[in-house]
Every structure is written in structure tokens, then in C-alpha cells.
Design a protein around this ligand. Structure first.
Ligand code: DX5
Ligand code: ZN
Length: 214
């Protein structure tokens, strides 16, 4: 299981130090929530901030695009040095084209699904996707309560991936992840856990990351 602290809950006045703190604490990836104030009712940061952080850490960068027209950001994110990009199925039209556009840059491509969006949106794409990001809160803000019905969705997706001949498909879960639900998430078939407030909200980040491993 990989742990991906989400920078959204970090102290924005000390970003480089915050990133280095979770790297030393044993994080596997750095999750970067890019919001445009349109797809979700919040604004965060974009490629210039991500690029500025690139020399500060060796952690792979996992960019989660909560934006309309996600394809507008691929060039800049590639130049910023990200290793993974997910975009929302609800925000795009030509999903197959966008996945290939990301992968042609040597970047892993993921499809993100809101809690209420059916897995059918990902089904035909399972043979080509690197990962699926299951939102376990409504996107836009950190610190929200985990939506319990998404556990069933993760189990179903794991079965669908097996049936599609993709036992290697990574399932990333984002929102409300804490030590209270990591066992259930692991049992359901999650591989990558995004954790904002349950890591950056704690003073000892190493202990917080260890508490999410099971
Ligand atoms: C929410 C973001 C998440 C967020 C998770 O829209 O996509 O990545 O940072 O924060 P927590 O872990 O606090 O729910
Ligand atoms: Zn996210």
C-alpha cells in the first residue's frame, strides 16, 4: 500500500519544508490537488508551484486535476516534472484521447470518479488506464468525512479490473482516509491512499504515515 500525503492540508507558507517533512517521514508519493474554482468550488495551485517544488524532493508527483478541460494543463504539468496525472471523468469528453495524451509523455494516467459517478465510466478504459482514483468525499476540500458506500465501489472496481485482465490496475482512494478506515480500504482492494489532514494535520508526520500502514 502506498501513502500519498496531499499537499492541500500543508502549511502553504512553508511548502518546501512541508514536502521534505513527509518525504523524511516515509511518504511514497506527493499528491497535488489542482483546482480551478469551476469544476470544484475552490482554488489551489497549478504547475508553477509544482515546478518550484520539483527540486525540493525526490518523491514522485501525483497531480489530481479537479478542473474543467483538464487537457489544457498537461503541457505545463509535464514541464513541471509530474509522474502521475488523474483527471475527472465528469470534466472531460474524450477520455481515451486524454489518457493516451498523458501516457505519450511518459506519465501514468488515471481516471478520477466522484463518489456518485458510476464505475461504468471507467469500464471500457480499464485495459489502458494505469490507475483509477476513487473519490471518497466530494472533491474540493480537505478534512471531510469519509463516505462509507465508496468501500463497496472499490471492491467492485477490484473485481472489474480482475475480469478485464488488469490485476495490476492501481486503485487510489482520496478523501477522509484515516487510521479508522485503512484496514477496510486495504481489504476492499485499495493500493494508494491519499491522506491530507490525517498526515499534514498532525505534528509528527512520520508517526501519522506509519499509522496509515497496515
Ligand atoms: C479533496 C482532495 C483531496 C484532499 C483530501 O478534494 O482531492 O486530495 O486533500 O484531504 P483529506 O485527506 O483531509 O480528506
Ligand atoms: Zn486529491
Amino acid at each position: 500500500m502506498l501513502i500519498a500525503p496531499s499537499l492541500l492540508s500543508a502549511d502553504f507558507s512553508r511548502l518546501a519544508e512541508e514536502v521534505q517533512d513527509v518525504e523524511q517521514g516515509g511518504a511514497d508519493l506527493l499528491h497535488l490537488d489542482v483546482m480551478d474554482g469551476q469544476f470544484v468550488p475552490n482554488l489551489t495551485f497549478g504547475a508553477p508551484v509544482i515546478k518550484a517544488l520539483r527540486p525540493c524532493t525526490k518523491l514522485p508527483f501525483d497531480a489530481h486535476l479537479m478542473t474543467c478541460r483538464p487537457e489544457l494543463y498537461f503541457d505545463a504539468l509535464e514541464a513541471a516534472g509530474v509522474q502521475m496525472i488523474s483527471f475527472h471523468a465528469e470534466a472531460a469528453v474524450h477520455h481515451d484521447r486524454l489518457i493516451h495524451d498523458i501516457q505519450d509523455r511518459g506519465i501514468q494516467a488515471g481516471l478520477a470518479l466522484n463518489p456518485g459517478t458510476p464505475l461504468a465510466m471507467a469500464e471500457e478504459l480499464l485495459p489502458i488506464l494505469d490507475f483509477v482514483l476513487i473519490m471518497s468525499v466530494n472533491p474540493g476540500f480537505g478534512g471531510q468525512k469519509f463516505i462509507a458506500y465508496t468501500l463497496d465501489k472499490i471492491r467492485k472496481l477490484r473485481r472489474m479490473a480482475e475480469e478485464a485482465g488488469r490485476p495490476d490496475l492501481q486503485i487510489e482512494v482520496d478523501g477522509g482516509v484515516s487510521s479508522d478506515n485503512v484496514h477496510a480500504l486495504k481489504e476492499a482492494g485499495a493500493d494508494v491512499l491519499v491522506a491530507g489532514s490525517s498526515v499534514f494535520g498532525k505534528s509528527d508526520r512520520k508517526a501519522a504515515i506509519e499509522a496509515l500502514r497496515c
